[in-house]
Design a binder for this molecule. Structure first.
Ligand code: ADP
Ligand code: DP6
Ligand code: CO
Length: 344
């Protein structure tokens, strides 16, 4: 029996992915950009086993057995086994013919808008690649589990290229800059609610593609310019521009969610109070010191530089005392060097 355990961090997009042009291959309508968080804090941990004695594939998520008859999981398994077979001498009895048992746990809320699908599928595909001896780019396989997962395979600042090929071969992630390029960058995660979202990212974005006019405008007129501008800001370490674009893109993504019919309301009153607080904090500072961004959920991710962390944390503690408002926060998480890795 072969057995491998891996850990993978979450990534938080500053240019959001929202909308697919191909539902089967998970090909996006636009490029997206993110930073990968330290694996020490929020991560998925996945153990995969393969044995010639197993009769079927099996999956446990957070201690509960789940069905493996899920198209995305099947696509990842099939693609890993297809690639494994190419490298194998014994095509009949080789490991690529063995079934797998998969056991994964997240140490943070699942399906609450904190990128569990990204950490989860990056970890799963990376672990399977180790197990079945698959080499080369695997971000295109992780993408078929959950789009945002392709970005969690790399550390630092990452770009997912939408690509143009029908088979998805160029819809992959690449690193824009390593964490060492901007080592002062920190992300503060404010957990407003750990409940599962009512509408998953997948079905939420499917409905936006069907019904939102604003999504079309966003994809054609806004994201390409913002992508180029934020890459320049990252390369030149221009925090002001980086923060400005990050906040505007989060706001536009949630505007698209409201323009969806029926609307997807992911942010709540506490989320909006956090937005107001950050704008007040920045204007009192006379400079943009902090940027907020919200995925498909009410929880806030704040981008800021290291020297600003103690001051902001003390303001947040005063305004949202964890015991009263229920906002729990994770202190100043650095951008990750290594991203996904195997545990020994
Ligand atoms: P999130 O905002 O947390 O990414 P999504 O709606 O995008 O929420 O996806 C949640 C789904 O991702 C879960 O219902 C589950 O199917 C999958 N998922 C989450 N964590 C893992 C994991 N560790 N391993 C495999 N799949 C996972
Ligand atoms: C708002 O990657 O979770 O977090 O590809 O359908 O699994 P699927 O969706 P998912 O969507 C993430 C949406 C987002 C923005 C982002 O991470 O870019
Ligand atoms: Co997700």
């Amino acid at each position: 029996m072969n057995i491998i355990t891996c850990v993978a961090p979450v990534n938080i997009a500053v240019i959001k992915y929202w909308g697919k042009r191909d539902e089967k291959l998970l090909l996006p309508l636009n490029d997206s950009i993110s930073a990968t968080l330290s694996v020490q804090q929020m991560h998925a941990k996945t153990t995969v086993m393969a044995s010639p004695g197993f009769k079927e594939d099996k999956l446990w998520l957070n201690g509960k057995e789940e069905t493996v008859h899920n198209q995305r999981l099947q696509n990842c398994l099939q693609e890993i086994r297809r690639r494994a077979k190419q490298n194998e001498d014994d095509k009949v009895n080789g490991v690529s013919n063995w079934y797998a048992h998969i056991c994964s746990e997240n140490n943070f809320p699942t399906a609450a808008g904190l990128a569990s699908s990204a950490a989860g599928y990056a970890c799963l595909v990376y672990a399977l690649a180790q197990l079945y001896n698959v080499t080369g780019d695997i971000s295109g396989i992780a993408r078929q589990g959950s789009g945002s997962a392709c970005r969690s395979l790399y550390g630092g600042f990452v770009r997912w290229h939408q690509g143009s090929a029908c088979d998805g071969s160029d819809s992959i992630a690449t690193q824009l800059a390593p964490h060492s390029h901007w080592p002062e960058m920190r992300i503060l995660v404010l957990v407003v609610s750990d409940k599962r979202k009512k509408v998953s990212s997948s079905s939420g974005m499917q409905n936006s593609v069907k019904t939102s006019e604003l999504l079309k405008y966003r994809v054609s007129h806004c994201v390409p310019k913002r992508t180029e501008a934020i890459i320049k800001a990252i390369i030149s370490k221009d925090f002001d521009t980086f923060a400005d674009i990050t906040m505007k893109d989060s706001n536009q993504f949630h505007a698209v969610c409201l323009d969806t019919f029926p609307p997807n309301v992911y942010m709540n009153d506490t989320s909006h109070a956090i937005v107001n607080l950050i704008h007040a904090y920045n204007s009192a500072s006379g400079k943009t010191k902090v940027a907020y961004t919200f995925d498909a959920g009410p929880n806030a991710c704040l981008y800021l530089l290291e020297h600003e962390v103690p001051k902001l944390v003390s303001v947040i503690c005063q305004i949202f005392p964890p015991e009263n408002e229920g906002v729990q926060y994770l202190q100043g998480i650095p951008v990750e060097k290594q991203a996904v890795s195997q545990e020994f």
